[in-house]
Design a protein around this ligand. Structure first.
Ligand code: G6P
Length: 368
């Protein structure tokens, strides 16, 4: 067991630290710096077929659902295509409107999640163009979709997903780049994004280097029983994922909200010292998020910010802060998620939780 953990105390910590390598594997050979696009043969269609796609629907559960939400933003923004994420568990019960011009992307680390598999079967039978975004090679969803892209993240043992999430996001950015280049995205813009995607492993490495600092901050938040994660835009899905990670492994009641939504109800729960983790990277929407931080502070909340390295203005708003490197706003979702993984890990460890196998949870859920 100790050998398998490669010297780390838990699989989760090992997998967090593996991310620069996993991401490099997910990205390697998939960027084309000549055409300013990505090479994803797993998308399995000619440029002409891809141009016929009119909508993209992402399906997933848990952490994979949150990755899909990043995908929704990325595809609309970069690929100029209508995109949406749907809860896999709901898909076949809501009589979804799906047609042959829809690209349905089933996101599943394990490739075995029953809810996602059932959704794949429904999409297949409605004639959509279905593909899988799986980590486990040869898994049921990978086989039943017949086409797709593997993450190459390497085996993920910890129940709480870490490296699969960041690789899912990285691969979706490359998919959006490819689709975008077939539409309105220029070669120059494509090249710029490709260069930013190439930097992801290094950006994550720099975030991981702050683990000790994050551990010290975590000690200040470990005693609380409630926490809120807020973000907007691309960082909204990351706030949801941050909250999920914390509740999974530390058993702290954590809620992820759009930063603007907090004032429409949940703010009633804030008391003196309630932790609010605010994703306030220096990207579009930052000022509005800082405004929401002020609203929380006025109710006595303790604010932990995730901010862009060197952003003194944002730092002023925070009781504590974690810095992530400056990068493309969509790419920023990845180091920000890594910072929150480390935060959850260190909080759970300080609370003496099991971490790799939290109570009541399974790595893959094969019942609906
Ligand atoms: C389980 C796991 C989660 C995971 C979800 C979806 O609930 O505990 O960590 O995100 O299943 O798993 P998948 O393998 O489909 O990505």
């Amino acid at each position: 067991d100790a050998a398998e953990k490669g010297g780390y105390e838990h699989f989760m910590l090992k997998e967090i630290h593996e991310q620069p390598e996993s991401l490099a594997n997910a990205i390697r050979g998939r960027l084309d710096f000549n055409l300013g696009t990505s090479v994803l043969s797993g998308m399995g269609t000619s440029a002409r077929d891809l141009s016929e796609i009119q909508r993209v629907v992402f399906l997933g559960c848990g952490t994979s659902l949150h990755a899909g939400l990043v995908g929704e933003y990325a595809f609309e923004d970069l690929a100029d295509i209508h995109a949406e994420v749907q809860q896999a568990a709901e898909f076949r019960y809501r009589n979804p409107i799906i047609s042959r011009s829809d690209l349905v992307v089933a996101i599943s680390q394990s490739g075995e999640t029953a809810d996602t598999l059932a959704a794949v079967r429904e999409a297949n039978q409605k004639g959509a163009f279905v593909m899988g975004l799986c980590n486990v090679v040869g898994s049921t969803i990978a086989r039943e979709t017949g086409r797709g892209i593997y993450l190459h993240a390497g085996p993920e043992i910890s129940v709480a997903s870490t490296k699969a999430f960041t690789c899912q996001v990285a691969v979706m950015l490359m998919m959006a780049l490819k689709l975008g280049r077939g539409r309105r995205f220029s070669r120059e813009e494509g090249l710029k994004l490709a260069r930013e995607i190439e930097r992801i492993p290094e950006l994550v490495e720099r975030t991981i280097q702050q683990s000790d600092k994050i551990e010290k901050i975590a000690a200040r938040y470990a005693e609380h029983e409630h926490a809120f994660f807020i973000g907007r835009g691309y960082l909204y899905p990351v706030a949801l994922e941050g909250a999920l990670k914390l509740k999974e492994i530390s058993y702290i009641h954590a809620e992820g909200y759009h930063a603007a939504e907090l004032k429409h109800g949940p703010i009633a729960l804030l008391q003196k010292g309630t932790p609010v983790i605010a994703l306030a990277n220096d990207i579009a929407g930052k000022d509005k998020t800082l405004g929401n931080v002020e609203e929380c502070r006025a109710r006595g909340a303790r604010i932990l910010g995730v901010i862009t390295e060197g952003d003194k203005e944002a730092a002023e708003f925070m009781d504590d802060f974690i810095e992530v490197p400056a990068c493309h706003p969509l790419v920023a979702t990845i180091p920000t998620a890594v910072a929150l993984q480390l935060l959850s890990y260190h909080i759970a460890r300080a609370r003496g939780c099991e971490i790799d196998q939290p109570r009541n949870l399974a790595k893959s859920v094969t019942v609906e």
